[in-house]
Design a protein around this ligand. Structure first.
Ligand SMILES: [Zn+2]
Length: 599
């Protein structure tokens, strides 16, 4: 109970600084004159020196530039071009996870643009010279364009061929130089805690198709690009490129790695003929995952170093043996999913989840032989599952839940499976079943219960909830389920689960459906009624090491029904900070819709 409130308190603190960020941006859009830039550079020079001395030997080793600290804008351009090429080189051995979630939009007279359909893509991106991509979802093998874009693939053909949205991690992979581009210094500006120089980038005439056109932000210590905003031009005939806003984070010394990309197209003003519209979030994580999968699987057989030191070493009884076996399966699965970049390492978010589970257990006198653990699935689709005594809940689902009671509700379903002994995972105690490539995780692991067990778990879950501190707050659970019901037909991809049971069947809420009638009616016009949140408002992932953390945002007043945006995609606005900066919330992806977290 307390933790969730604590989150809101934390949320409050950070939002005031986020609000403060806005005006400070405009104030610091200062003097685009060369003399002040020079001054800034010399300060930056000394900072850089001290920073490079402090750098630790992490991979990839930060390349020390051979160029002197810039004193003119021309030299700044040279520096960021060099840094960009170094970044491409430094990341070329990496194969991060890339997730794109896209919502097609149609106009609703009351709510504005609302999702009319959605698409989901998840894969590993090989950032080496030969750009390659492997998909986690097997249906995509045939053609990601079709999966992602439905009928739109023709329009966006070119952009989708190499990498889909992940194309947009670099301005120009091969030809980002003065021969192909003009760079115009605009002004200085803070992004979060980081002072940046802003440049407009335009391709030179006849420099080829698909060149970057837009604006870049360059931090003024090491001269790395931290944000790209624009599109690619000129487009080939009969197709065009999306617009994108691409953000990087300083997660390792000296480098800013691509982390978030927001795309949006569409114009809902009167008289516009092209009604095509969508918005999409791309997240990149798992930079530090081991390359390969199956090969190094064989070299990574785990040796458990924990010795059995119980005072009277006894033989295992049949029941004990069964439990050991389940524990082994559970450990195998959690470890394998973590290694595939699908589950976050144990961390802060788990402590919050565990507190909620504990609240349910204590008030229901549940005493299990092994403790219940929780983990965060790093992906967006709304799902939960359990393996052994570990409950796994997706980042996307935590994001959209309006309060602690609704979190307790989704966790109670999995706790009910555990209490009822619905254990599915024991076959994974055989280690050969863990030997598969990361990309084939979804076809090798699965934790879907039969309908009878689902019904029984729902029934038990409601019992647990009614006997818990959340008993008086089930109205908000009912509201959440109603909001889910209202949007379910349009959010098929978000509701398609990959490891656990779905929350809906054929567009109708099936999970905890007996609570669907609880609470007041869903009313978009009631501004104080927050039934479900947008995606991205609760959990942030560190793209380098996959750690999950709660987002610290402040409430922003909701002024119209259009501010609510339940289950929707919004732009990214991470608060940038330098690596190692004091309490650096380097990865805080506050989204434009954090407004909703403030109830
Ligand atoms: Zn279930």
């Amino acid at each position: 109970m307390r933790t969730w409130n604590w989150m809101f308190a934390a949320v409050l603190l950070a939002a005031s600084s986020a609000v403060a960020q806005q005006p400070s941006n405009s104030q610091t859009t200062a003097q685009p004159d060369a003399s002040s830039a020079t001054q800034a550079s010399s300060t930056a020079a000394s900072q850089t020196t001290s920073q490079s001395q402090a750098q630790q030997p992490t991979t990839p080793p930060p390349a020390v530039s051979a160029l002197p600290q810039p004193t003119t804008m021309d030299q700044v351009v040279d520096r960021f071009l060099e840094r960009e090429h170094n970044l491409i080189k430094a990341l070329s051995t990496r194969t991060p996870v890339v997730e794109t979630y896209l919502q097609n939009l149609s106009a609703d007279p009351q709510l504005g643009p609302v999702p009319s359909g959605d698409h989901y893509f998840l894969g590993r991106m090989d950032m080496g010279e030969s750009v390659d991509r492997k998909d986690y979802l097997k249906e995509q093998d045939k053609g990601m364009q079709i999966r992602l874009m439905g009928g739109f693939q023709k329009l966006f053909k070119v952009q989708y061929q190499p990498l889909g949205f992940s194309w947009m991690v670099y301005a120009d992979r091969s030809d980002f130089d003065r021969q192909h581009y003009e760079f115009h210094y605009i002004r200085r500006e803070f992004l979060g805690d980081v002072r940046c120089l802003v440049f407009d980038v335009t391709p030179k005439k006849n420099s080829g198709k698909g060149r970057f056109l837009g604006r870049i932000w360059v931090e003024d210590q090491d001269w790395n690009i931290v944000r790209l905003n624009g599109t690619y031009a000129p487009a080939p005939r009969n197709s065009y490129f999306f617009h994108m806003d691409s953000w990087r984070l300083n997660l390792i010394p000296g480098y800013w790695v691509p982390a978030y990309i927001y795309s949006e197209e569409g114009d809902f003003s009167a008289g516009v003929k092209n009604k095509m519209a969508f918005k999409a979030q791309t997240r990149i994580w798992g930079y530090d995952l081991k390359k390969g999968g199956k090969d190094d699987e064989l070299t990574q057989i785990r040796v458990d170093s924990v010795k059995d030191d119980s005072p009277t070493a006894q033989d295992a009884s049949p029941l004990q043996a069964e439990r050991e076996w389940q524990q082994q399966a559970e450990d195998n699965v959690v470890e394998r999913l973590t290694r595939a970049g699908l589950v976050a390492p144990e961390g802060d978010v788990d402590r919050i989840l565990q507190t909620v589970v504990n609240n349910l257990e204590v008030t229901n006198n549940i005493d299990l032989p092994r403790p219940v653990r929780t983990r965060v699935l790093l992906t967006a689709p709304l799902e939960t599952f359990s393996v052994g005594n570990t409950i796994v809940i997706s980042r996307g689902l935590i994001d959209v839940l309006p309060d602690e009671a609704s979190l307790a509700a989704v966790l109670s379903h999995e706790l009910a499976h555990i209490v009822l002994g619905h254990n599915l995972g024991s076959k994974f105690a055989f280690n050969d079943r863990m030997l598969f490539s990361d990309e084939s995780t979804y076809s090798n692991l699965g934790f879907k219960h039969v309908p009878e067990e689902e019904t029984a778990a729902d029934k038990k879950a409601v019992e647990l909830l009614k006997n818990s501190p959340y008993a008086q707050k089930l109205d908000s659970v009912g509201l959440f389920l109603k909001a889910l019901q209202a949007r379910a037909p349009q959010l098929n991809a978000l509701l398609t689960t990959h490891l656990g049971n779905t929350l809906t069947e054929n567009g109708t809420v099936s999970r905890l459906s007996s609570l669907l009638t609880t609470g007041p009616a869903l009313d978009a016009n009631k501004l104080d009624q927050i039934a479900a949140l947008p995606l991205g408002g609760r959990v942030k992932i560190n793209p380098w090491d996959d750690k999950a953390e709660m987002v610290k945002t402040a409430p922003v007043a909701i002024t119209s029904a259009r501010d609510k945006m339940p289950f929707e995609v919004t732009p990214f606005y991470p608060r940038l900070a330098r690596f190692g900066a004091a309490n650096a919330p380097a990865t805080a992806p506050t989204t434009a819709a954090n407004s909703n977290t403030g109830n």
